[in-house]
Design a protein around this ligand. Structure first.
Ligand code: G4P
Length: 530
């Protein structure tokens, strides 16, 4: 096997998707513990008190004194090179969260056992599902009272329309969680509680279902419950089918407790075994395989430097094919010129270090002198263009204007810059008789970011007025001119920054009504960026 093939096969690049408080920070920390990237985990105590608290990982960084970044975290486990992409989730939920999923090859859907599928999980799930990304489910917080595992399987099917195949079934629920049974291998792993409260790796006892030692450890009641559960799953459940996992139709399911570490390592091992190595990506010259001999990749995230004195930016790139070497010169789609990849950075759990080399599947941060845009391709081979990173529908809208009308120019400049970074989207509403300038965002914190950055970087104070719309839909085709469409009185019409027609709605019900009342009207939740 060539070195390139060997490196690619070992890589696993994924994102964890969840609703706030499901335990993403805790689980990430525990994966780092098992990956040997940190040696002692502590339960995440101080809550995210600072309203502007950046990403969950920065929270870990502050509390644990380790340096991580808000974009990707890398560690080695069992021969695998693991890249976990951060999906901002709390107040910092934004379009970036969606875009990050474009760089992943699979997703771990983390669910609180007591709460089931929550709204943010649902939104992120659909973005993954649309891309047919393999999704692995980890049901968390088994150490305390939660919903019945069969109910949770049912909920995945009803709410998300995905079938589940539990690989690791929990033994003992509702505060009596003791271990997991692996249905594919017929093995049982019972965890030994220690006094470290999850700070250290667990010890465990393993055996098979027929092992008398295991039966004795479990006791008759738990043992019989487990046998009944397995019988039911085998009778009524789905077959394990990797093909269906790979197309996002079936989700392998795991149970555990991130806080006590129960079930974390059995999950990590099986997940890395079944989740795919780097996947090909679509381009205008066909699918590009990771093992192509030339280096290529696309920019999926642009982060302005935290230092306002220098307006430099970091552009994050997913390497799609080949190998990256420091200082290499490659073609850039945005400028159609050759650029030297300067100051590349990669992020290990304990330090941010300069990258010497990286391979398909890896994520690197590039110093951006202001030339990169979201979705740009970089290639050391043919001049190809990777599939567009779409623009996702914002959910909050405000009318925005400069407080001082003399500052309109600066205002425009700042807004354009932020829109280019993908932090905000702009719309113009004309139906009210005068041009109304609107900004749309996926997460409300972006309004504060907008206000703050315009003030500090462009010296412009703004006036914002929030609007009641919650949904925007791009018009793909329409039976009549937009102003003649029959819409509810609370719906609106506008143009996006590329002069495309959009409709604005307050609720899902009015979207449905718009489609029913205007036969032939076709709407989309995402649009092309370019
Ligand atoms: P997030 O990043 O998804 O928002 O979640 P985070 O890890 O911050 O966890 C949210 C809360 O859930 C924390 O509790 C955390 O300790 C708890 N948690 C995470 N995993 C588990 C688990 O497996 N079992 C139980 N019982 N709790 C879990 P908190 O009360 O907000 O903070 P703390 O005082 O417990 O640290």
């Amino acid at each position: 096997m060539t070195e390139l093939m060997d490196k690619i096969k070992k890589r696993r690049t994924f994102a964890i998707i969840s609703h706030p408080d499901a335990g993403k920070t805790t689980l990430t920390e525990k994966l780092l513990l098992y990956g040997g990237a940190i040696h002692l985990a502590g339960s995440v105590k101080a809550r995210k008190s600072n309203k502007h608290a950046v990403s969950d990982w920065m929270e870990i960084e502050k509390q644990r004194g380790i340096s991580v970044t808000s974009s990707v975290l890398q560690f080695d486990y069992d021969g695998f090179r693991v890249n976990i992409l951060d999906t901002p989730g709390h107040q910092d939920f934004s379009e970036d969260t969606y875009r990050t999923l474009m760089a992943a090859d699979s997703a771990v859907m983390l669910i609180d056992a007591a709460k089931g599928v929550e709204p943010q999980t649902k939104k992120l799930f659909w973005v993954c599902h649309r891309r047919r990304l393999p999704i692995f489910t980890f049901i968390n917080k088994l150490d305390r009272y939660g919903r019945n595992p069969f109910d949770l399987m049912d909920e995945l099917e009803k709410v998300l329309n995905i079938r589940a195949y539990p690989i690791n079934w929990p033994i003992g629920i509702d505060g009596h969680y003791k271990g997991v049974y692996n249905r594919l291998e017929n093995t049982i792993e019972l965890f030994e509680d220690d006094t470290s409260h999850g700070a250290k790796k667990l010890k465990s006892t393993t055996g098979s279902l027929d092992d008398p030692k295991i039966r004795e450890l479990l006791g008759d009641e738990l043992y019989e419950n487990l046998c009944n559960d397995i019988e039911l799953l085998d009778m009524a459940g789905d077959e394990f089918d990797m093909e269906k996992v790979n197309t996002g139709e079936l989700t392998p399911m795991f149970f555990g407790s991130a806080v006590t570490n129960f079930g974390v390592e059995p999950f990590l091992e099986r997940f890395l075994q079944y989740t795919p190595p780097p996947l090909p990506r679509k381009s205008d010259i066909g699918d590009i395989q990771p093992e192509e001999p030339y280096f290529s990749g696309f920019i999926f995230k642009i982060q302005a430097n935290m230092n306002p004195a220098h307006r430099d930016r970091l552009a994050f790139m997913r390497i799609v094919s080949g190998a990256f070497e420091k200082g290499m010169e490659v073609w850039h789609s945005g400028t159609n010129k050759t650029v030297a990849l300067k100051q590349p950075q990669q992020f290990m759990a304990d330090e941010r270090e300069a990258v010497e080399e990286a391979w398909a599947g890896d994520i690197i941060g590039l110093f951006d002198p202001g030339i990169y845009q979201l979705g740009d391709t970089l290639s050391g081979g043919p001049k190809l263009h990777y599939e567009n990173i779409p623009v996702f529908a914002p959910e909050f809208f405000s009318r925005v204007r400069p407080a001082d009308s003399m500052k309109r120019k600066q205002f425009q400049k700042g807004i354009t810059q932020l829109a280019e970074e993908g932090a905000i989207q702009t719309f113009i509403r004309t139906e009210t008789g005068r041009e109304e300038f609107m900004v749309g965002v996926v997460g409300v914190l972006q309004f504060e970011v907008l206000e703050h950055r315009l003030k500090t970087e462009y010296q412009v104070d703004i006036v914002m007025e929030s609007m009641p719309f919650r949904f925007v839909r791009w018009v793909v085709s329409t039976p009549k001119p937009i102003d003649q469409l029959k819409l509810t009185s609370t719906s609106g019409r506008a143009k996006d920054s590329r002069d495309r027609d959009v409709l604005l709605f307050e609720n899902e019900w009015s979207i449905r009504l718009a489609c029913e009342n205007n036969a032939g009207l076709e709407l989309a939740e995402t649009a092309n960026r370019k």
